[in-house]
Design a protein around this ligand. Structure first.
Ligand code: ZN
Length: 176
């Protein structure tokens, strides 16, 4: 076995940074791919028993992470009157704009393939129109990627079952 040459090491490093060393991942697209020239709701949802459910698998938004967050047919499309998650200009997420839509997952954490939670956050009360399932408002817990910690991707409440994911902070794949 010979030692790798400097050139080989450099090639390996640049391949890594360009992403060709990633483990195999299904092709996914950001929300903006569905938002460009047609109605994203039509492309991302399907009607199931009178409910508008996600028609595509949902993935971590970080390119190269690829963690599966939710399978298709689990989250219901809900719209609210304004933006709920904090808008941070330094975050990788698009700034909020209409429609302010979320995937509602009423049955909670076990409906997810992978999801992480922040600690309860009492410094950041959510707006009054935020959908909630806890009478009297539990403390907010932010949803984050279970693998790379990117977030917040959505929110849930301490002591509650329901969870909501921001449709614009996710990537989408195809149904198997
Ligand atoms: Zn991730």
């Amino acid at each position: 076995m010979s030692q790798p040459t400097q050139a080989e090491i450099f090639a390996a490093l640049s391949a890594q940074s360009s992403g060709s060393f990633k483990r195999s991942q299904p092709p996914t697209q950001p929300y903006t791919a569905f938002d460009s020239d047609s109605n994203p709701k039509d492309q991302l949802t399907t009607s199931q028993n009178g409910k508008i459910m996600n028609s595509k698998r949902i993935y971590c938004p970080r390119e190269g992470c690829g963690s599966v967050i939710l399978l298709d047919g689990i989250g219901e499309w809900v719209e609210v009157e304004g933006s709920i998650l904090p808008d941070d200009p330094t975050s990788p997420f698009p700034s909020s704009s209409s429609p302010h839509a979320y995937w509602s997952i009423p049955s909670g954490p076990f409906a997810f393939e992978n999801i992480g939670f922040s600690r309860p956050d009492i410094s950041n009360p959510l707006p009054a129109f935020t959908p909630k399932d806890v009478p009297g408002q539990g403390k907010v817990k932010w949803l984050i990627c279970a693998e790379c910690d990117l977030g917040p991707l959505g929110w849930s409440y301490e002591g509650g079952k329901g969870a909501w994911l921001d449709i614009k902070r996710l990537r989408y794949g195809e149904k198997k």
